[in-house]
Design a protein around this ligand. Structure first.
Ligand code: BGC
Length: 748
């Protein structure tokens, strides 16, 4: 090492450079001892640290890791709509990495929840890219503020587990740009993750690790990414092709660095490309060096547990609360039914599995807080059929209670990385138990534990209340007690729509693909973009969530702040005496457009905490991108001139008011030709002048008169001008020639 930095690639031999482009073992970078470059540790992620105990040997035991704070996985945290809170979670994770000498934590994963059956939905953020990016950026910025790196994953389009290592996700450029890329793009541009992990799958036929367009043209050249790209574990199938595509690091190593050396010698890898990839690895070591040099650091276990607790409180979404069944009075006669109350399901399975520092179940918390309740497990957390004795005991326990808290959900075996679910339903035996208990006592509030959406409609009539608690991490028991007994109001909002039936989901027709490919035929119409555009009923819409308080949104205004930008403002009032938070959501509704666009899209949000009776005026800025769509014709973003609705509400279906702005548009226009339709000529700023001149000439008898009934005009609008003779006869050719001439003069 010289001075404060490690050497540059110029100080390394070819073999040394090549060695930096694969790991030392499954959880370490490859160091170069003679040059003083360390082989730092990198490990999972994403909702806390999973430092495998067996890591020094490179083996993986997913369930055996050093204790670390288990924060709510993204399924929960994403419902918080609170970027500042998420930033705090990131900071805490960064501190735990320093203690454990982990230079890079592998997460967050911001892939879109294309279909709620996706096996990793529990660790992904949303069906909406704006929300996913604006939340997960907190993890990246928070961790990195401590001098530790993150690995934004899985770039890109890992939206299912079925055939995940081979499947080709066949996606239009527009859907990639508008749906599958923006969370990555936003985080890269605003927080510069030090590393990115590529996905296993192929995109339009090319494995992500070997996709130069993805890893170099888009990620580095367009978005300005400065960090390194690593492979997902085992996703690099061709060292040379991957390195040429822009992959800096193969993980875990296949011990084939000689392939890189040979390819560099015989010109299949250019020296500059190897230098660039290897230098990236040295830069990473430099960035993490200060934090990795801190010795003896101990993070504050209790303080981090408290962050996990607050995060869990804000992760819950109150779906239903008839007769204000929640909150429950502590001195009520309470029956608690369901094994999840004693054995919480608090995280998902697979590479993200954490060994928590502490663990409190809901029942433990009741005992700790001196709350009296009768408990019956009701069912077992396996996939075995119902146990009649447990059912009978549960019904007996519930009979004379004032209120029954029923803990239902998905057992661990029902969802995990590695496979997709086949149904949205919770196990039949739990629904059966709910029915039996409801026959004995109507005062039921269901508390759900699940990583991805489950159907609620089939059994909701048997419950007055439904609290979706997702997976809450290690402090979930205490957080649940806070919300259930009213010490905190629920404030979570759905980051994913709850459909009536999985068959309503727009991706179902192409799920999970066949013969090695999956066609994303729904294009940009993912989740609420489809449900809201096509007026489909949903059980609970995107952005939805109740509170113990009531709120009113008023004074919604929008003003233009530039040619294609706007500011929207609104007053939020807490009209109750309960302190709580409301999340104001801003959706842009483009109206008529040149391409088919979703009815509206989330482009801003703000969670506002207000004491009972308080109100606040907030404003949010909408940049040009908020109004843009990706044009395949222009191979670029486009903003059309015209009026846009700016909807302000509390879910995608609870819009309190709409303001409009008239934008100038970006002025992008395609040159008109003989193949442009009459309609395209009429819409173009210069073309429309030509059309007026042509009508004038028609009026003077110089050119054939165009038909002036509605049907023929529509016919004409979709006809290229070189084919007008099919409508107006031979003279159409003269009309086209006149138009092209006039255009040539005016366009000069
Ligand atoms: C997962 C990644 C994870 C890696 C290392 C892979 O199977 O897809 O998300 O970071 O393993 O555990």
């Amino acid at each position: 090492m010289s001075g404060n930095t490690y050497p540059s690639v110029n100080d390394l031999t070819l073999e040394e450079k090549a060695s930096l482009t694969s790991g030392g073992d499954a959880w370490h970078l490859q160091g170069i001892e003679s040059k003083g470059i360390p082989g730092y540790m990198i490990t999972d992620g994403p909702h806390g640290l999973r430092k495998s105990l067996a890591s020094s040997t490179g083996e993986t035991d997913l369930n055996d890791s050093v204790p670390a704070t288990c924060f709510p996985p993204a399924a929960g945290l994403s419902s918080s709509w609170n970027p500042e809170l998420i930033h705090k979670v990131g900071e805490a994770m960064g501190e735990e990495c320093i203690q454990e000498k982990v230079a890079v934590i592998l997460g967050p994963g911001v892939n879109i929840k294309r279909n709620p059956l996706g096996g990793r939905c529990f660790e992904y953020w949303s069906e909406d890219p704006y929300l996913a990016g604006h939340e997960a950026v907190g993890i990246v910025a928070g961790v990195q503020s401590k001098g530790v790196g993150t690995s934004l994953k899985h770039f890109a389009a890992n939206n299912q587990e079925t055939d995940r290592l081979r499947i080709s996700a066949n996606i239009s450029q527009r859907a990639l740009r508008e749906i599958y890329f923006p969370a990555f793009e936003y985080i890269v541009k605003t927080a510069q993750p030090w590393t990115i992990m590529c996905s296993y799958n192929r995109i339009n036929g090319v494995h992500s690790a070997q996709n130069r367009w993805l890893l170099t043209d888009v990620l580095r050249d367009e978005w300005g990414f400065k960090g390194i790209v690593m492979s997902d574990w085992g996703a690099d199938h061709d060292r040379v092709a991957s390195l040429n595509a822009g992959l800096n690091l193969e993980m875990p190593p296949s011990y084939t660095d000689d392939q890189i050396v040979y390819a560099a010698r015989d010109g299949r890898i250019q020296p500059e490309q190897l230098d660039r990839m290897a230098q990236g690895m040295i830069d990473l070591a430099n960035k993490t060096r200060a934090a990795m040099s801190i010795d003896g650091y101990r993070f504050d276990v209790d303080a981090h547990d408290e962050v996990a607790h607050q995060a869990a409180v804000e992760s819950m979404v109150l779906l239903k609360n008839d007769d204000a069944i929640l909150p429950v009075a502590k001195d009520a006669k309470i029956a608690v039914i369901g094994e999840f109350a004693r054995t919480p399901r608090y995280q998902g399975g697979g590479s993200s599995h954490i060994t928590p520092t502490k663990m409190t179940s809901f029942l433990d918390t009741l005992t700790a807080r001196g709350v009296d309740a009768q408990f019956a497990p009701g069912f077992t957390l396996d996939l075995e059929p119902a146990d009649k004795a447990l059912e009978t005991e549960a019904v007996e326990t519930a009979k004379n209670a004032d209120v029954v808290l029923m803990f239902l959900g998905l057992p661990e075996a029902a969802e995990s990385e590695g496979f997709d679910r086949e149904t949205l339903d919770i196990p039949a035996k739990q629904i059966e138990l709910l029915e039996a208990v409801a026959a004995a006592n109507k005062n039921i509030a269901v508390v759900l534990s699940n990583g991805s959406v489950v159907s609620v409609a089939p059994w909701a009539a048997n419950a007055k209340g439904v609290l979706e608690s997702w997976l809450l991490g290690q402090a979930g028991g205490a957080a649940l007690a806070d919300v259930i007994f009213g010490e905190a109001s629920p404030s979570g909002k759905l980051a994913q729509s709850v459909p009536m039936s999985i068959n309503d989901d727009p991706s179902m027709i192409n799920w999970p693909g066949e013969e090695g490919h999956v066609d994303y035929g729904e294009g940009v119409f993912v989740g609420y973009r489809y449900y809201d555009t096509y007026g489909k009923a949903v059980d609970y819409p995107f952005g939805y969530g109740l509170s113990y308080a009531t709120f009113e949104l008023s004074g919604i205004k929008a003003e233009k702040t530039g040619a294609n930008t706007a500011r929207v403002s609104v007053t939020v009032a807490n009209t109750s005496d309960v302190d709580a938070a409301e999340t104001v959501q801003v959706y842009v509704a483009p109206g008529k457009a040149a391409v088919s666009r979703p009815r509206h899209e989330l482009k801003g949000f703000r969670k506002v905490f207000l004491k009972g009776g308080e109100s606040a005026e907030i404003s949010l800025d909408l940049d040009e991108r908020a109004f843009a769509y990706w044009s395949e014709k222009f191979d670029d973003w486009r903003v059309e001139a015209g009026e846009y609705g700016i909807e302000v509400g509390t879910s995608s279906r609870d819009i309190a008011g709409v303001a409009t702005v008239a934008l100038d548009g970006d002025g992008k226009a395609e040159p008109l030709t003989e193949w442009s339709t009459f309609g395209e000529w009429s819409c173009d700023p210069v073309g429309s002048k030509v059309v007026s001149a042509m009508y004038e000439a028609g009026g003077n008898g110089e050119l054939p008169k165009l038909p002036d009934n509605d049907m023929m005009r529509m016919f004409l609008n979709s006809t290229p001008i070189n084919s007008m003779s099919t409508i107006v006869g031979e003279g159409g050719k003269r009309t086209a020639a006149f138009m092209l001439d006039e255009y040539a003069k005016l366009a000069k």
